[in-house]
Design a protein around this ligand. Structure first.
Ligand code: HEM
Length: 364
């Protein structure tokens, strides 16, 4: 597609964008490509009231506000706790020869971290997973056979977080929700819809993505066995570059959406106002115009990638995702001498084109 139809019109109003430079423009040129979705400030539609669905000037104000509660220093302070959580998860399966690594490590780690950040009990994690799955895939089949829709999942999250926010209003604690209630810019605080939107966004954006980054990293270690001893030899020096290349090569979020605000020209192609743009990050990250041998995993590649987006919406959780991935991998490298996926076909990819990763991955 990058070569023959780099900007492809799928239907009258949907356009897919595949080349790196076009994807970068669509993601960052907010004047022509808007992130706005639905009615903002509607507490029943928290994702529409969250950062990721907003344009400036409100995006700038909101990002400044939440950045006060979600600082790189606050994230760096989590190092010891993340080590503790991943150690205890790894202890739980010490001695087992076969296990589903998604269920045992790559899913619980990010969800426990986010739950603790937000100040919610981590034993709620099965519910969180159900909600994230339904939001990402559009719906989720429950054990009872019933289907949880995207809308119902949002409603359940709204009810859950509304109660929690009300509790923190009465009795603040040392957690992100209490911080979100406290922060102010130009005397203005976050609205209830915005706080709910941020909580829901963190739960959805921060979980599934980091789970898949870790699962994709482990899949890569299975595929290229020489990487394990290479990384184990000098993890502090080598892991960061490895994680970046996993992000480029197997981007956990494959595409993001925008809507054109007016008639636009993108690399010479006229696109009418009101068009839905699908910016393919996964394709941009393998664009041969930018990366040498893009289809080869090169652990020391210096190039940047678009896995965390670009511009004003650049992922707020990138430092946290990188930290979690590096710490968990470091502990795995310390405890084991290799990883293998005995039956690759038994692994279950996430069933949506938005997310690249695994729901299930048996390793030994
Ligand atoms: C935004 C990817 C982890 C919170 C984004 C965007 C991408 C992305 C591509 C840009 C969206 C756009 O341009 O419309 C990822 C990946 C992750 C990850 C690949 C893991 C490997 C996290 C974590 C958190 C988080 C751990 C929080 C705990 C956010 C937020 C935004 C965002 C709040 C919206 C920023 C804004 O609109 O200003 N992420 N993310 N992400 N991410 Fe992440």
């Amino acid at each position: 597609m990058r070569k023959h139809q780099p900007i492809w019109q799928e239907q009258a109003s949907t356009w897919h964008v595949f080349r790196h430079d076009d994807v970068l423009r669509v993601l960052s040129d907010y004047e022509h490509f808007s992130s706005q979705r639905g009615e903002a400030n509607d507490p029943n539609r928290p994702i529409s009231s969250s950062l990721i669905s907003m344009d400036p000037p409100r995006h700038r104000q909101l990002r400044t506000l939440v950045s006060q509660a979600f600082t790189p220093r606050a994230i760096a302070n989590l190092t010891a706790r993340i080590e503790e959580i991943s150690n205890s998860l790894l202890d739980d399966f010490q001695g087992q020869t076969h296990l589903d690594i998604v269920e045992s490590l790559t899913y619980p780690l990010p969800v426990i971290v986010i739950a603790e950040l937000l100040g919610v009990p981590s034993d709620e994690r099965d519910r969180f997973k159900m909600w994230s799955d339904a939001v990402i895939a559009g719906s989720r089949q429950l054990a009872s056979g019933e289907v949880l829709s995207f809308e119902d999942a949002q409603m359940e999250m709204v009810q859950y977080f509304s109660q929690l926010v009300a509790e923190r209003k009465k009795t603040p604690k040392a957690d992100l929700i209490s911080d979100l209630l406290r922060v102010k810019v130009d005397g203005e605080s976050l609205s209830m819809a915005e706080i709910l939107g941020f909580c829901v966004l963190l739960l959805v954006a921060g979980n599934e993505t980091t789970t898949n980054l870790l699962s994709n990293a482990l899949y890569t270690l299975h595929e290229i066995p020489s990487l394990w001893p290479y990384l184990a030899e000098q993890p502090d020096e080598r892991l960061a570059a490895f994680v970046e290349e996993v992000l480029r090569f197997r981007a956990p979020i494959q595409h993001m959406y925008r809507t054109t605000t007016c008639d636009v020209e993108l690399s010479g192609v006229p696109v009418p106002a009101g068009s839905r743009m699908v910016a393919w990050i996964g394709s941009a990250n393998r664009d041969e115009a930018v990366y040498e041998q893009p289809e080869t995993f090169q652990v020391n590649r210096k190039s940047r990638h678009l896995a965390f987006g670009h511009g004003i919406h650049f992922c707020l959780g990138a430092p946290l995702a990188r930290l979690e991935a590096e710490l968990a991998l470091k502990q795995l490298l310390r405890r084991y001498t290799s990883i293998a996926i005995p039956d690759v076909d038994a692994s279950e990819p996430v069933p949506t084109s938005l997310v690249y990763g695994f729901h299930k991955m048996e390793v030994q």
